[in-house]
Ligand binder design. Structure first.
Ligand code: SF4
Length: 368
């Protein structure tokens, strides 16, 4: 019989834990399940659950948002993007739009879509109009985008890509000398596509206990039990606790289509900087569908602000797990889901928004 969440919680509570065990997750879905289920309150206080780089929209660079706004306002393109991307703010001069939503208010044709295939449908329905799909996401989102590219894009559709790979951000943290966590819960969805093996470097190179989790409280608690046991036994390994869906090699079909459509390149993460081999770019056979090339977009130095979050926003440190969302002075005060200051309060995968949605208020004492 499968153990329940209550069973795994009881097993965790029975362990002789160290005084402090910091466990990072790198998936907005994991963070949502943890927060909504109230796992932080239920676990022993020694266990700190740290949300890490699990939100691709939050790290989408400012220059890409500016490029999307320019395409919509100045190049007469119709811009389509997943809904949360429309509200992500960038720094802009007074009177200029600070988001795609702001560009729409000034007359740009901007549409929210729910799936990549909708971008193709919209392009097919508007053959006389250039349509640009502003695509931000991690591997799980980029696989269907890659499938769209591989099957053939309508001639009037191009891509402004802001796709990122998850593991290089974790590798960057581990190599930084200021790791900030003792164990890792690896992402279930990403591992479904890319394979469990992709995370083996964490225990093998960095001796950090690692477990891949699914999205139910029981699966997350099983993974937490696994990493706690690994810490206590001094035996870091990669434990796949999501065997229902995650295979060592991942999904070969999805990986093949990603490799067919995209190269892996160095990429800028908003607030963090360039991380080696952490981004997707169209392969040369599809270069004519690159919106930057099609519209001859130029990167202006003013727009290339790697560290630029909106003034006062501590999103970069939230994404890196250096602070918790409610340690930002704007959290729940000047910055709320209704009136977000930074990207982490906009996206459904942003830790600030998830914490607000789960009822954690400013100044509330919460085990990390
Ligand atoms: S609470 Fe708002 S301002 Fe603060 S880090 Fe989060 S998104 Fe940025």
């Amino acid at each position: 019989m499968t153990a329940s969440a209550a069973d795994w919680l009881a097993r965790i509570r029975a362990l002789s834990l160290p005084a402090r065990l910091r466990v990072m997750n790198v998936c907005g879905g994991h963070e949502r399940s943890i927060s909504m289920a109230g796992l932080r309150r239920a676990l022993p206080p020694a266990i700190e659950l740290i949300p890490g780089p699990g939100c691709p929209v939050c790290v989408c660079p400012e220059e890409d948002i500016h490029a999307a706004i320019e395409l919509g306002l100045e190049r007469n393109a119709m811009v389509v993007a997943f809904g949360d991307m429309l509200r992500v703010p960038c720094n802009a001069p007074k009177g200029a739009p600070r988001s795609l939503e702001g560009a729409r208010a000034q007359g740009a044709a901007v549409r929210a879509i729910a799936s990549p295939s909708q971008a193709a449908e919209i392009a097919a329905a508007h053959p006389d109009r250039q349509v640009v799909f502003f695509a931000a996401g991690f591997e799980t989102t980029m696989a269907p985008v890659a499938a769209l590219v591989a099957q053939g894009l309508p001639p009037n559709l191009s891509l402004l890509l802001a796709g990122r790979l998850t593991w290089p951000a974790v590798a960057m943290l581990l190599e930084s000398g200021d790791v900030g966590f003792d164990a890792l819960i690896a992402p279930g969805h990403v591992s479904t596509v890319m394979g469990a093996a992709e995370w083996r470097f964490v225990p093998e190179r960095f001796a950090i206990p690692t477990a891949i989790a699914g999205f139910t409280p029981a699966s997350l608690l099983l993974a937490l039990y696994s990493v706690a046991r690994q810490v206590l036994e001094g035996r870091p390994v990669l434990d796949n606790c999501y065997r229902e869906l995650v295979r060592d090699e991942g999904n070969p079909g999805a990986r093949a289509v990603l490799a067919r459509a995209f190269d892996v390149v160095d990429a800028n993460w908003r607030g963090i900087g360039t991380i080696a081999r952490s981004g997707f770019a169209l392969r040369s056979d599809f270069a004519s569908f690159d919106a930057r090339r099609r519209f001859a977009l130029e990167d202006s130095p003013q727009r290339k602000r790697a560290g630029a979050m909106p003034p006062g926003c501590d999103c970069a440190r939230v994404v890196l797990g250096r602070i918790t969302p409610n340690e930002c002075v704007l959290y729940g005060r000047a910055c709320t889901p209704r009136s977000p200051v930074g990207p982490c309060m906009v996206s459904d995968e942003g830790a600030c928004r998830i914490w607000m949605a789960s009822g954690i208020r400013a100044g509330t004492a919460v085990a990390a």
